[in-house]
Design a protein around this ligand. Structure first.
Ligand SMILES: Nc1ncnc2c1ncn2[C@@H]1O[C@H](COP(=O)(O)OP(=O)(O)OP(=O)(O)O)[C@@H](O)[C@H]1O
Ligand SMILES: [Mg+2]
Length: 332
């Protein structure tokens, strides 16, 4: 793997041991299997997939909130999983989360200034006379007036709350943000404002983003590189144009079809997502795929290169599908 990235995820696996009922035997749930990507400095990797595909599990592994079962995450010179206390502290200053629901992410008992300033206190940074002007400057950088500093989260709109969550994430001047569905709880009219704010902050600060969304249009708008996740496995991966303008995997093509139909929810593929505890032996998408053959039922396709940047996990060479017109239209 090249060393152009700032964030490296290499062959990540995450397995949970789950039990059905009190006396059921433990079974392995493969939430994430063999996922690799890298995020260069100042760029966005967009991870798209339906509910349960493993997006948040990958987010938690990047934040070191839980360990990988195998594989490795590296962020800058930090290798997650082998950090001592000072390494952990440096990691907190390097990568920060912004989550879906800004209301539950913000302490209801703290005012805005307390929420944004809390990480500073924990790290002993910008204390004393420096603190208030610094908090004001971060609030201003996310488009909030300093006068909001004494408000409680319940007194703010959804968009303002998400701006506070972004301000808090920026307080320690991180180099990367993990954005897990950062706009899906917001009104459509507010979504574009927050996405544009995130783009501005990225440009100003050279931030690397892992952007997670179930919405292909959001990923198409934000990301320079895209991965399409299904039941924990990467189905298609490449540059934005590889995946959005030259989609070659039937699952990506189904996502595009549902995005074009304006569906926000189930993809335009027949059937249900299989249980992650009872995965098909061949291709994970085979039970729902309009092109499936006997080979697909028996043989799990490896993620294979189509070009230097573009990979798909499919036995077929289907013609490309271009999503860009619909993706741009739905965000303009
Ligand atoms: N702590 C856990 N214990 C057992 N199974 C888990 C745990 N966390 C996640 N899973 C399972 O792992 C799989 C991936 O879950 P994950 O939350 O990462 O999906 P997601 O893509 O973020 O979904 P959503 O779009 O709904 O947020 C799911 O089958 C989920 O039920
Ligand atoms: Mg999730």
């Amino acid at each position: 793997m090249s060393e152009t990235g700032f964030v490296h995820a290499e062959n990540l696996h995450r397995t949970y041991s789950v039990r059905r009922g009190l006396f059921g035997r433990a079974r392995a749930l493969h939430a994430v299997s063999g996922v690799s990507f890298e995020i260069p400095k100042g760029e966005t990797f967009g991870l798209v997939g339906e509910s349960g595909s493993g997006k948040s599990t990958i987010a938690r592994m990047l934040l070191a909130a839980e360990p990988a079962t195998s594989g490795q995450v590296r962020i800058g010179d930090l290798v997650l999983g082998s950090l001592d206390a000072s390494g952990e502290k440096r990691l907190r200053r390097t990568v920060q989360p912004v989550l879906q629901d800004p209301y539950s992410a913000l302490s209801p008992h703290l005012r805005v200034a307390g929420i944004v300033g809390e990480p500073l206190g924990a790290h002993g940074l910008r204390q004393g006379a420096e603190r208030d002007p610094y908090i004001d400057s971060i609030l201003n950088s996310v488009g909030l007036a300093s006068s909001l500093r004494r408000r409680y989260p319940r007194e703010l709109s959804g968009g303002q709350r998400q701006r506070v969550a972004i301000a808090r994430a920026l307080a320690l001047e991180p180099q990367a943000l993990v954005l897990d569905e950062p706009v899906s709880a917001l009104d459509v009219s507010v979504q574009a404002q927050i996405l544009n704010l995130l783009k501005d902050l990225q440009r100003e600060r050279g931030l690397s983003y892992l952007l997670i969304s179930h919405d292909l249009a959001v990923v198409a708008y934000m990301a320079s590189r895209v991965g399409v996740l299904y039941l924990g496995e990467m189905m298609e991966q490449g540059t934005r144009d590889d995946v959005i303008r030259r989609a070659r995997h039937p699952y990506t093509q189904a996502l595009i079809a549902s995005s074009e139909a304006g569906l926000d929810g189930p993809v335009a593929a027949r059937g249900e997502i299989p249980s992650p505890l009872d995965l098909p032996p061949g291709c994970l998408f085979e039970p729902r795929c309009p092109h499936a053959s006997a080979r697909c039922r028996n043989e799990r396709p490896a993620l294979r290169p189509l070009s230097a940047t573009h990979r798909i996990a499919c036995h077929f060479d289907l013609p490309a599908v271009d999503a860009v017109s619909s993706a741009d239209a739905s965000l303009s």
